[in-house]
Design a protein around this ligand. Structure first.
Ligand code: NAD
Length: 264
């Protein structure tokens, strides 16, 4: 199967690092024009340069916007060309005990992880429907199914994305626009590497080894028994954005390394 998205424009939110960057690079490799989003001009420029180094022919642009609030999302929408593929990747996570999570924490997670996708979908999907083709992908998490006791605030937002994705898929049924969510398991992104850095330095082990230990300690049902790479997650997203994935809509697609112990 050869995925060719030449002529399509994709927005990948929060794509200066981590999973978002790998998705942006993966989509650029298929010929799509990709809009890279980050919160600072320097991070966006660095990401653009990294992709251009790997893919000199890539068609790219950058859009600086903080998606944790309505003004930031509005500024991004105002700067966008017509978008055919929307990947709602922006998301924050971190361990906080439920009894320490105040309203401001809940609000920040809700705005960043859920409302950014609501606002962007509301603004961009009607034109996709009019054109008769579009792809929307929400980057949820296996934590939306296996709610982590030490990240309830995060799990709630990731479950909400599944509901949003399924509902929106129904709302645009029959239009040629598909809406899906992708559920990564523990993935060795910049964010996870940062979380594990102290242990890496303390133990003198490689980042991959520390990540594998983290996975087996916190997600012992993992079948791959290691963290996924960002490229492994991006591969699923690129597929679901492809023209070939036209019969997949309203689905929750796992790239969780088998962490969710379920047969469907
Ligand atoms: P990351 O922390 O490695 O990268 C996130 C990127 O988002 C960074 O470049 C950061 O600068 C940017 N960002 C953060 N807040 C932003 C904002 N308000 N506006 C714009 N950009 C912003 O993250 P990641 O691990 O790649 O996670 C990406 C997505 O994947 C998230 O939605 C996360 O919930 C999901 N996910 C990650 C894992 C994992 O193990 N890494 C597992 C399951 C799901």
């Amino acid at each position: 199967m050869h995925i060719n998205l030449t002529g399509k424009t994709a927005l990948v939110t929060a794509s200066t690092g981590g999973i978002g960057f790998a998705i942006a690079q993966g989509l650029a490799a298929t010929g799509a024009t990709v809009v890279i989003n980050g919160r600072s001009d320097s991070s966006v420029q660095k990401a653009l340069a990294r992709i251009r180094e790997a893919l000199p022919q890539a068609s790219l642009s950058g859009a600086v916007a903080d998606l944790s609030n309505a003004d930031g999302v509005d500024a991004l929408i105002a700067a966008l060309p017509a978008v055919d593929i929307l990947v709602n990747n922006a998301g924050i996570y971190g361990l906080v005990d439920f009894f320490e999570t105040d309203d401001a924490c809940w609000e920040n997670y809700w705005q960043t992880n859920v409302m950014s996708g609501v606002r962007l979908s509301r603004a961009l999907v009607p034109a996709m429907v009019e054109r008769g083709w579009g792809r929307v992908v929400f980057i949820s998490s296996e934590s939306g199914l296996n709610i982590p006791a030490d990240m309830i605030h995060y799990g709630v937002t990731k479950t909400a994305q599944l509901s949003l994705s399924r509902g929106l898929a129904k709302r645009v049924a029959g239009s040629g626009v598909t809406v899906n969510s992708v559920l990564p398991g523990p993935t060795l992104s910049d964010g996870l590497a940062h979380m594990l850095d102290e242990e890496r330095v303390r133990s003198g082990k490689t980042l991959e080894a520390v990540a594998a230990e983290f996975v087996m300690q916190h997600r012992p049902t993992s079948l791959i028994q290691r963290a996924a790479t960002v490229e492994e997650v991006a591969n699923m997203v690129v597929y679901v954005c492809s023209t070939q994935a036209s019969a997949t809509s309203g689905a929750a697609l796992r790239v969780d390394g088998g962490v969710v112990d379920d047969i469907v």
